[in-house]
Ligand binder design. Structure first.
Ligand code: NOJ
Length: 546
């Protein structure tokens, strides 16, 4: 794999560091823990880890409230430990991607402490300060993602500051060139330490309307929904000016790329395709100067149905600008887990889909063993989203529970008390148990599909061709380097006979979600209920074994 395209052909694995592996018994995962699990990640076959924030933080939003962008929180380790992790990862051929959180800081960040100290402070304009409305209330109707107004009054200076999330997460003023310069220095700090790129938090929201106009009401809002959706975010998300900042970030990162190591930007963007693809930054000369991978979250939101997903993939393929690298995501630390959304059986189809579509797949830790959302009793809730809007199903603790490594105490995650409870079934549902079930486990399926994707050029860089099939079967081919692989995913509860016209001559099953499926197809191919297969021609088998 050539260095400059690793993020196009590779597989990204997201680690939520609090929950991956604890090394010191405090019940919270840490960098040395991740380091100790690198061989597992290598055995899985992934190419890059993205680690959610590890910087000093009061943990109001579990690390997404950062009080120092250029250090490591002692709960996670030290800068020396971080360097050691990067060194060990690189020596194993793994890339390291950090989370970059440009929209806001912690309210304890020295920049904000200064900014709020006086209206005349030199850092006042680093944040969004506004006078109260004539009635003394917030300056406009913007609301926080986590509930309540996006404005908090600072009594000592008599102005409100803006925050898209918690009041402990004041928004930076990206219209201020000093802020931009300081934040680009943060990128350089980590790039110099050798990181391979950044996942950029809430990228579309970082710049707001210069006049701070009220957002219009959302005509589709239904009472009982999260009140956040009462307004359309016309004036505080996805403004045209954000593209200039994206291009600037890209230039900062590109300055550290060379033929041996290309650095990547991945944007966190919950946007429909038409708006999402703008973040590739296609310029008038046809070059792409935006983020290389604007996260495509559509598989998280879509109805889990063959025709829907067929449409979705076609729409995405059609929307991509020339030369853009596609990507797909099944889950992350903010959304219910795939196995809980669609069930264990369907999660196997989802794994096959993710790992056979055209585009960089991102895996969320634990999904490879089919971890499910863990119900968290009210008195154990950690997530501020749940605390602020209880009972709406918005809390994110259920998908953040500790990784289930083995049947040892606390699933091998910690020798102490885990910060968040484990799934009830951890004694049987864990990496070690699934490693022994070499044919049938979710882990075995993931390992096999990842190995297949790496071995088969048609899968990791071939084109996508939608095929017509039965109602409940999603069918497509991946074509490349003289190879054609056919993927057939049966979303239905009934067996599905496949037309021989879909299959190559001398077909062979390169992968199936059904451990009972034989390699050679005798007679017509009939998919079992909820079965997915990757079909190649006999010659492709040889490629896989090389
Ligand atoms: C998106 C992150 O993924 C989420 O976990 C966090 O709470 C918000 N951004 C605020 O940083």
């Amino acid at each position: 794999m050539s260095a400059d395209t690793w993020w196009k052909n590779g597989i990204v694995y997201q680690i939520y560091p609090r929950s991956f592996q604890d090394s010191n018994g405090d019940g919270i995962g840490d960098l040395d823990g991740i380091r100790a699990r690198l061989d597992y990640l290598v055995s899985l076959g992934i190419d890059a880890v993205w680690i959610s924030p590890i910087y000093p933080s009061p943990m109001a939003d579990f690390g997404y409230d950062i009080s120092d962008f250029c250090d490591i929180d002692p709960r996670f380790g030290t800068l020396d430990g971080f360097d050691a992790l990067v060194g060990d990862a690189h020596s194993r051929g793994l890339r390291v991607i950090l989370d970059f959180v440009p929209n806001h800081t912690s309210d304890r960040h020295p920049w904000f402490v200064q900014s709020r100290s006086a209206r005349s402070d030199r850092r006042r304009n680093w944040y969004l300060w506004r006078d109260p409305a004539p009635d003394g209330g917030p300056p406009n109707n913007w609301v926080s993602n986590f509930g309540g107004p996006a404005w908090t009054l600072d009594p000592s200076t008599g102005q409100y500051y803006g925050h898209s999330f918690l009041k402990e997460q004041p928004d930076l003023n990206w219209r201020n060139p000093e802020v931009r310069a300081a934040m680009y220095e943060v990128l350089r700090f980590w790039l110099r330490r050798g990181v391979d790129g950044f996942r950029v938090d809430v990228l579309s929201q970082i710049i707001k309307d210069a006049q701070f106009r009220d957002n219009p009401p959302n005509p589709d809002f239904v009472e009982g929904q999260d009140p956040f959706h009462r307004w359309l975010m016309l004036y505080n998300t996805d403004l045209p000016e954000v593209q200039q900042i994206v291009a600037e970030m890209r230039r900062v990162v590109d300055a550290f790329s060379d033929t041996h190591s290309s650095r990547v930007l991945i944007g966190e963007l919950y946007l429909p395709f038409a708006r999402l693809v703008a973040y590739y930054g296609l310029n008038a000369q046809g070059a792409l100067e935006g983020v290389q991978l604007p996260f495509n979250f559509q598989l998280i939101a879509t109805e889990w149905q063959a025709a829907r997903i067929d449409r979705l993939v076609r729409d995405y393929e059609a929307a991509l600008p020339p030369g853009a690298a596609p990507n797909w995501v099944l889950g992350n630390h903010d959304k219910p887990r795939i196995a809980s959304r669609v069930g264990q059986q369907m999660a196997r189809i989802a794994a096959m889909l993710l790992l056979t579509l055209r585009g960089t797949p991102t895996l969320y830790y634990g999904d490879e063993i089919g971890m499910t959302d863990v119900p968290i009793p009210a008195d154990e809730v950690q997530d501020p989203f749940e605390k602020n809007k209880p009972g709406m199903g918005l809390g994110r603790d259920p998908e953040r529970t500790p990784m289930q490594w083995s049947a040892a105490a606390s699933a091998g995650f910690t020798t102490g008390t885990p910060w968040l409870r484990l799934a009830a079934d951890w004694r049987t549902h864990n990496v070690e148990a699934q490693s022994h079930d070499e044919a049938g486990s979710m882990l075995a399926l993931y390992r096999h599909l990842i190995a297949l994707r790496r071995a088969q050029p048609a899968l990791n860089r071939g084109s996508y061709e939608a095929l017509a099939a039965e109602d409940e079967v999603l069918a497509y081919a991946r074509n490349g380097e003289g190879q054609r692989l056919v993927v057939l995913l049966n979303f239905g509860a009934a067996s599905a006979p496949m037309s021989p016209a879909l299959l190559p001559r001398q077909p062979i099953v390169l992968a199936s979600t059904d451990p009972a499926r034989a390699e050679f197809i005798k007679g017509p191919l009939v998919l079992a209920p909820y079965e997915g297969v990757v079909i190649g021609a006999v010659v492709d088998k040889a490629a896989t074994m090389r």
